[in-house]
Ligand binder design. Structure first.
Ligand code: SAM
Length: 244
């Protein structure tokens, strides 16, 4: 069919149905895909007029969800026709549509994540999620249940995106581990486990692997400093930030 015969609006307006509250307050260290870091949790808050119990009725019977979202933080950077995926060591380019990069036209993301609970409190509705790869404040465009009979494709071939990298050995300085224990007692957040799961897959961009050995990440209000050692990665220091 010739494109001029297709009658649809050139611009589509979308209204977020929700917003993500996640442990990832900055991009560095966020897993490259969902389910790589099971301890990575988020609350998906439904926004009015979609924060109605009836709109999630029956969802509690599903263990996983597809979340369609907006890569809001890359909107200003625009889109790119080709990108260098981390799987290829940052050396080779592939087409944006052969990638899961945020730098795409329309900036739409899609993740299958675990649904742990649906919570209704004080007129607000939250979906408690785990295994997420969303930045804090990510706008959510839609939610759908994950249906294994159709969505799980055993025969799928996935080109250069061959899966998780070999895991790296992680050690903690005594003071860093002590901080994590205290933080968990106070907040209930197992930050040490989260750090382990995040850095064991080596989140360093290919461009920083040769000339940089110290890295920083922010999880909730915890500033984490870790470094590269001969045998793996060492978490050197964890401190709490006072205000952002
Ligand atoms: N699973 C999704 C997909 O395939 O569409 C996202 C994959 S994308 C490679 C994951 C990366 O997107 C994360 O590591 C993080 O750096 C980035 N990211 C996550 N949320 C974002 C947001 N709201 N805006 C911009 N970048 C974001």
């Amino acid at each position: 069919m010739a494109t001029e015969l297709i009658d649809f609006p050139l611009f589509v307006k979308m209204q977020p149905i929700g917003v993500i509250h996640s442990c990832f307050t900055e991009k560095f260290g966020i897993p490259r895909q969902p389910n790589m870091v099971p301890s990575a949790t988020a609350r998906l808050e439904l926004l009015p007029p979609y924060n109605r119990d009836e709109m999630v009725r029956g969802l509690e019977h599903f263990s996983h969800l597809w979340v369609h979202f907006l890569f809001h933080q890359t909107l200003v950077e625009g889109w790119k026709p080709t990108i260098r995926p981390p799987w290829l060591g940052g050396q080779k380019r592939v087409g944006i549509f052969a990638s899961r990069s945020p730098h795409r036209p329309n900036h739409m993301g899609l993740s299958a994540v675990k649904l742990e609970a649906i919570v209704s409190e004080k007129g607000l509705i939250f979906l408690e999620l785990a295994g997420v790869d969303f930045l804090d404040q990510t706008p959510v465009l839609d939610i759908k249940p994950y249906v294994p009979y159709s969505d799980r494709l055993e025969a799928a071939v996935c080109g250069y995106a061959h899966g998780m990298q070999a895991e790296v050995r992680i050690t903690f300085a005594a003071a860093a581990l002590e901080f994590c224990t205290g933080y968990q007692q106070e907040t209930g957040r197992n930050v040490a486990q989260l750090i382990r799961e995040m850095i064991r897959h080596d989140p360093r961009p290919a461009s920083q692997k040769k000339n940089k050995s110290r890295f920083g990440m922010l999880l909730w209000d915890v500033n984490i400093r870790w470094c590269v050692e001969a045998e793996g990665f060492r978490v050197e220091e964890c401190t709490r930030i006072t205000a952002r």
